[in-house]
Structures are given as C-alpha cells and as structure tokens.
Write a protein that binds this ligand. Structure first.
Ligand code: HEC
Length: 181
C-alpha cells in the first residue's frame, strides 16, 4: 500500500472511530430517563413566562428534599428528577401573550412538550468531560409523553454546563431555594 493511501485510510478509520464514540459512547443517554408520570405529585416550585416562545413553563421537583438540598447549598440528591412542563401561553388576536391580573402570562391547557433532567449515581461517567454535568442526564418528551426524536441532547448539556456544580447545573436554583421555605 502506498503511503498516501494508508494515510487516507487511517484518517477515515479515525473519523469512523471518533464518530462512533460520539454516537454510541453512551454519552447522552436520554434513553435512561423514563417519562416521570408522577411529576405532578412532586413540588411545583417555579413558573417561568417565556415571551420568546409564547410559553408558560411550570417546573417540578420530584420531592421536597430537592428544595431542601438547594436551600442548604448542597448538590441535589441522587434520584432527583426535575420536570419542565411547557404550556402554550394564551395569546390575543395579535398573537401576543395575554397577561393576567398578576402581570404574568396566562397558560392554556395545551402542553407543547416536556423536558426532564434526572441524576443517578454513575450516569455521568461516560459523558465527555468537556460537557459533563455531574451525574445528570437529559431527555425531551413530546406531548404524548414519548421521547422527542428531534431532541439535541448534547445541547442540553452544553447550555446547562455554565451553571456549574455550585448550583448543580440547574438554572432555577434560586427558584428551588425560594420555594423551600
Ligand atoms: C439554550 C439553552 C438551553 C438549552 C439548549 C436547554 N436548556 Fe434547559 N433550561 C434553560 C433555561 C434558561 C432554563 C430555565 C427555564 C427557562 O428560562 O425557560 C432551563 C430549565 C430546564 C429545566 C428545569 C430545571 C432547571 O435547570 O432550571 C429542565 C428539566 C431542563 N431545562 C431540561 C433541558 C433538556 C432536557 C434540554 C435538552 C433537550 C435542555 N434543557 C436544553 C436553558 C436551556
């Protein structure tokens, strides 16, 4: 085999290996997360109005102990599930979100989707270090509660990463603490 040909072949082999590691390296394991059917039995700790998406998002923690940990400034307990239910906001005839007497958006009953993050011991170990969020894994679900096949799970890790372990990669950390009472 001439040198050029062998260089090309090894480059191709390297690409295939790297690609395979990213694809099947058990990094983004949304499949580990089952839809949290009992999310509403947890604690609804915060509501977020999203003008850009015309959504009202209701955030649930799987138990009071999650809120207590955040309040104590500790990592959230193993087994924590955070569920964000995305409702379409009520809009006026111009398509602008309607505000209620409290100045907040009014939600419809229409659920647009769900996003879930869950942490279990060891779940982060195969996630590449540059995007690892402790032991968290992420999944998005469709309104029918099946996994969203279009979810870009690496994006979840990347966007939540800057929150750092100081607030356990959770955007709504202050919301958890405030709701802890
Ligand atoms: C571009 C940034 C970005 C990406 C990508 C992203 N998130 Fe988030 N996530 C947020 C923000 C900001 C919030 C706080 C709520 C809000 O403002 O809508 C949030 C909140 C959450 C929450 C509630 C807990 C918390 O951290 O406050 C969950 C659960 C969640 N996201 C899951 C996911 C999943 C699953 C994915 C990938 C399918 C994902 N996120 C992708 C920015 C992002």
């Amino acid at each position: 085999m001439n040198l050029l040909k062998s260089m090309i072949l090894s480059a191709v082999a390297a690409t295939v290996v790297t690609g395979a590691a990213v694809m099947s390296g058990h990094a983004q394991r949304g499949d580990l997360i089952s839809f949290p059917n009992d999310y509403a039995k947890g604690v609804a700790y915060q509501t977020v109005d999203r003008a850009d998406l015309k959504q009202v998002r209701v955030l649930y923690a799987s138990s009071q102990s999650v809120l207590d940990a955040a309040k104590a400034g500790k990592p959230l307990p193993d087994g924590t599930v955070l569920t964000m239910v995305q409702y379409a906001a009520q809009v006026d005839d111009k398509g602008e979100p309607v505000k209620g007497p409290n100045g907040r958006f009014v939600r419809t009953d229409k659920i647009v989707g769900y996003t879930v993050m869950e942490k279990r011991p060891g779940w982060g170990k195969d996630v590449p270090a540059e995007i690892r969020n402790g032991d968290w894994q992420y999944q998005a679900f469709l309104p029918d509660r099946t996994p969203n096949p279009k979810a870009q799970l690496a994006g979840c890790f990347k966007c939540h990463l800057p929150l750092t372990e100081k607030q356990d990669f959770v955007f709504s950390w202050d919301g958890l603490r405030t709701a802890a009472k």
